[in-house]
Design a protein around this ligand. Sequence first.
Ligand code: CO
Ligand code: CO
Length: 316
Amino acid sequence: MPPENNPNLLVGSEKYADATIYRLTPEIAIVQTLDFFTPIVNEPFDFGRIAAANSFSDIYAMGGRPVTAMNIVCFPIKDMDKSVLQSIIEGGLKVIHEAGAVMAGGHSVEDPEIKYGLSVTGIVHPEKYLNNDNAKSGDILILTKPIGTGILATAMKGGLLNEKVTKDVTEIMATLNKGASEAMVEIGVNAATDITGFGLLGHALEMAKASNVGIKIFSSKVPIIPDALIYASMGIIPEGSHRNRNFCSKHIKVSEKIDPIRLDILTDAQTSGGLLISVQKERAELLQEKLKEKHSPSFEIIGEVFDNSEPVIEVL
Ligand code: CO
Ligand code: CO
């Protein structure tokens, strides 16, 4: 896409950014994003919750407060009971309300394959939004959700997950990044992004490129959903994760000591993953306390930022 040349478009499509930011007044900017995808869990209500939480994630990554949400629906209305669609939308609505936003409409088309998501608009101060382009040498990296959802969702589709793990992974994906976002905005951090389709290493690499720094990831500190390691070792790796691995490989240095199974999880494509936050070292502990207070699923320190002329990720 050719870049737009409008001074009020503070963040547009030309950057590695999560969402778009447009200044309306010196005090208010709107932050907009949309996302939708095919079902990744069997329960329609849970799919609705997960798709909605995922759609809000880019707004939260930029420190925005969501205001309105609109449904995006593709559904085979002639071949499938419409109670399925109703459950999906009810799940989405529950999460929209958890986000403190209002459901303001939407659009549906007939399609043989179900797809659902939201277009979300939020607000943020035009000088106070966060982006992934300001990670600074010496910063500490904190991840707010455990990873491994891609592998576990694939195992779930294959009918391999027991009820307990199915519930655990569903709840992690359906959890909004609201608390994590509020925590980082309150404490004040340098950069943030959310972990989705490119996996932890892919999104860390985007942050490194946008910020012009190197990033070290302490692989043994990265929180992983229990059982993801088991299914990864059985070779249950989604297609997207293999692509991530190839895409990132020339910018990523991996220590020889790293277990290849663990590396598979570091590049695992996530759905509705947590925030990766780059915070000044002096504030890291405060941020961890605040994340805990906000019931963030995780508040682990998983890496640090260093000066480097070439954007690079080192996996230790
Ligand atoms: Co994002
Ligand atoms: Co997105």
